[in-house]
Design a protein around this ligand. Structure first.
Ligand SMILES: NC(=O)c1ccc[n+]([C@@H]2O[C@H](COP(=O)([O-])OP(=O)(O)OC[C@H]3O[C@@H](n4cnc5c(N)ncnc54)[C@H](O)[C@@H]3O)[C@@H](O)[C@H]2O)c1
Ligand SMILES: [Zn+2]
Length: 369
């Protein structure tokens, strides 16, 4: 299980879809049936492009679409998809193509991992979040009983096909929600990217069809960064835990707001809040540079916007105690001593967490130097 690269290949760039088609056409690959999973948005905006390629190459397939949004990461959706696969006579040699953002690759990956003890699957991520993070690394999963990613597996896809052309229809808010994950990569491993990110990822250009920023280099760096962490630690026991920075608070925020229906918080936006709060904790516990924390907070908030979050940590406690990273009932964090130096499995006092939430809420008044 450790050599993840031996088990899946990343095809990227403008010929990547062609390469996938070539693979699908090759009889030696013994694919018994092809199934495509989309949500209603990617069905409309992304599937026509895939359909055209499959059709041109006389590759038969079936397609199914589910509702967009985090609520579809559920057991009910899996039930619906497993029933469909059974009805269509899918078997372990069939291939599911997950065409969509992180929600689709998480659900489709999980459905494939469990169906008949594992059918084949490919991810074609269509959101920036999917292309730089969610489709890579082999984590699949769904939410359960109001808690994030409670059921899942570590199952790498056969291929990940990264074609930036799919991003041309992505709404601006979704686009910007990937920014905190990119910032996380810079913080945990490549401090030199922190400033670079600010210049490469536009803050205020109007994103519209045909006017998308050119993020190709940034995306390539990010994909390599994620794979560096995943390689040799597929199941999150050591080095890979650095990728969880910002995600203990982030997941608690995401679940809390999903359950309370007060406002909608995207995964990346929740991670943005989580990063700022956890960097504040790192600043207090390990002396992470305060000036840099303020700069990072500015950078994130200028992309994702700022949200009003409750300052009482007790409200998030139910979510925090169910976090998958916990051990023996202890809530554990991946914190930063300094950029590039992550320490795993750290416990944090709840009073300090409350202080972190307060810091977030009172930013930018609460600038540090
Ligand atoms: N498994 C992992 O390692 C991992 C890592 C990061 C995030 N995730 C998960 O991924 C999910 C977040 O991913 P996401 O931000 O991509 O969310 P998402 O899949 O919900 O997509 C965001 C929205 O954009 C739409 N969309 C996607 N591509 C589009 C396109 N090309 N054109 C138009 N609309 C498009 C979707 O329909 C949806 O409405 C969360 O559930 C998160 O937990 C998983
Ligand atoms: Zn994430």
């Amino acid at each position: 299980m450790s050599d993840i690269q031996a088990r899946f290949q990343i095809l990227s760039g403008k010929n990547s879809l062609e390469e996938l088609i070539f693979y699908l056409k090759n009889k030696d690959n013994r694919i018994s049936g092809i199934f495509v999973l989309t949500d209603l948005n990617t069905r409309k905006h992304c599937y026509p492009r895939l359909f055209k390629k499959l059709h041109q190459n006389q590759i038969l397939h079936d397609v199914i679409s589910i509702q967009p949004g985090e609520a579809s990461k559920s057991l009910e959706t899996c039930d619906y998809l497993w029933n469909w696969l059974i009805k269509k006579n899918a078997d372990r040699s069939s291939l599911l193509i997950n065409l969509g953002g992180g929600m689709i690759s998480d659900v489709g990956g999980f459905v494939s991992a469990v169906f008949k003890r594992g059918m084949r699957f490919v991810n074609i991520p269509t959101s920036l979040m999917g292309q730089v993070d969610a489709s890579l690394g082999g984590k699949t999963g769904i939410n359960f009983k109001g808690f994030k990613n409670q059921l899942g597996s570590f199952t790498p896809p056969e291929f990940v096909v990264i074609d930036p052309v799919f991003l041309s229809s992505l709404p601006q808010r979704e686009y910007c929600s990937a920014f905190p994950e990119l910032m996380k990569y810079a913080l945990i491993s490549r401090p030199a990217w922190i400033e670079l990110l600010d210049s490469e990822f536009p803050e205020s250009i109007s994103f519209s069809m045909g006017n998308m920023p050119d993020l190709e280099k940034l995306m390539e760096r990010s994909v390599n960064c994620k794979m560096d962490f995943v390689k040799g630690d597929l199941i999150d026991q050591n080095r890979r835990k650095a990728l969880n920075a910002g995600h203990t608070i982030g997941h608690a925020m995401e679940s809390y707001f999903a359950n309370s229906k007060e406002m909608q918080l995207l995964h990346g936006e929740a991670v943005g809040i989580g990063l700022i709060v956890e960097l504040y904790v790192s600043y207090k516990m390990y002396g992470f540079p305060g000036k840099l924390l303020s700069a990072v907070a500015n950078s994130i908030i200028s992309r994702t916007g700022k949200f009003d979050i409750p300052m009482d940590i007790d409200l998030f406690m139910e979510q925090l105690v169910e976090d998958k990273k916990n051990f023996e009932g202890k809530i554990l964090f991946s914190l930063l001593k300094e950029p590039g130096v992550v320490i795993f499995d750290q416990e944090v006092d709840t009073a300090l967490l409350s202080e972190g939430l307060k810091f977030y809420n009172s930013f930018p008044d609460a600038q540090l130097c």
